[in-house]
Design a protein around this ligand. Sequence first.
Ligand code: UGA
Length: 427
Amino acid sequence: MEICVVGTGYVGLSCGVCFAKLGNRVTCVDIDENKIEMLKQGEVPIYEPEVKELLDMHSGKNLFFTTGLVEPVKKSNVVFIAVGTPSSEDGSVNLEYVKAAAADIGKAIDGYKVIVNKSTVPVGTGEIVESIISKHYKGEFDIVSNPEFLREGTAVSDFLKPDRIVIGCSSKRAMNIMKRLYSTIKAPILFTDIKSAELIKYASNAFLATKISFINEIANLCDIVGGNINSVADGMGLDKRIGREFLNAGIGFGGSCFPKDVKALISIARENGFDFRILRAVESVNSEQHLRAVEKLQDLVGPVNGKKIALLGLAFKPNTDDTREAPSIRIIEQLISMGAVVSVYDPKAMGAVQAIFENKLQFAENAYKCASGSDALMLITEWEEFKKLDLRKIRNVINKPNIIDGRNIYSRERLEMMGFNYRGVGR
Ligand code: UGA
């Protein structure tokens, strides 16, 4: 099939390369000339495993990049809108880019197309896009909502092996085209109306965020009453109705999706006169979870003023260079405000943090240099490389053997045997 993807952000680009891998002819469009130039040269603007390989394999053959939307839209059967939907100040979703893309598509089309919303958009956006396109184009077209459930770091495998594909549409013709598009992917396809599809995306992310805040609260309780959060989560997770995934306690969720989507769903509800109380609690728990790690740090080292604190991990989760809404940023701000000397190391995400904090931090070349001479080490992101650290070496270079394990990746027993003072989350 001939496909056009509007927006080459994380979602658009991942989908674009994957649709090319499935044998379609794909053109990715973006207004950002630099980004398009980079992609044409085979450079990927984000760190996302497997995207580069697929780009190299398909670019120039059945995958193209351009800043001009008209031609690719005209020749496509399916046009995906995958532009950004940032949060406004009040938490509501800013649809400016979606609306602009819809207008451009409306001006470009001259025959039947399926226009698919891939961006995460509030309920009712399908209707908005339809009405914008109809202003410019009087012929036939169909609107589909096909939310993405890709995780950063595993976007390609999530696309090719999804748990489900959700397609919201009201036309048989569009339904058949979408079915054909995904025919080689082995996953259940759920066909719904457009509004349900739009809601499924928010409800799924908000539910996963709720699971995380819930388990973090149980961990906080374990810290007071005893018990081991890992065993509690294992015991809960064995119940098929609950499931073990997303029950890992830690220092809170971050990234470009959960914080934004929880806020957006609260705001969508509020705009419609409904108070989404559970989600307000989820947000509130998450906004304080990182502070508990800082309290544990103070328990171990006393006042942190003038102390050197080493942070391992800056990305909001492993296998990405993304630091948006990352707990690391909030912890760094807190530590700096308390007068600590902060040294940091992350395998991929140093650049973004350097741009924010500049010379207020010490940027180390590796985990050992980061820990060297410090009064405590805080594990923030559970990168594989940190799980495999030579902890004896850390013990030798650290000034005071204090470890705050914000992701529960180390064995308390082992660390204590090595002479470390250990604090995990709920264990
Ligand atoms: C999330 C969803 O998982 C995807 O399905 C969705 O498509 C995506 O948002 C999106 O809307 O685009 P992502 O933000 O990439 O994906 O990351 P997750 O792997 O879901 O992790 C989110 C945050 O939750 C991370 O900060 C992670 O550390 C935290 N988390 C996750 C926990 O604290 N505990 C857990 O058990 C799981």
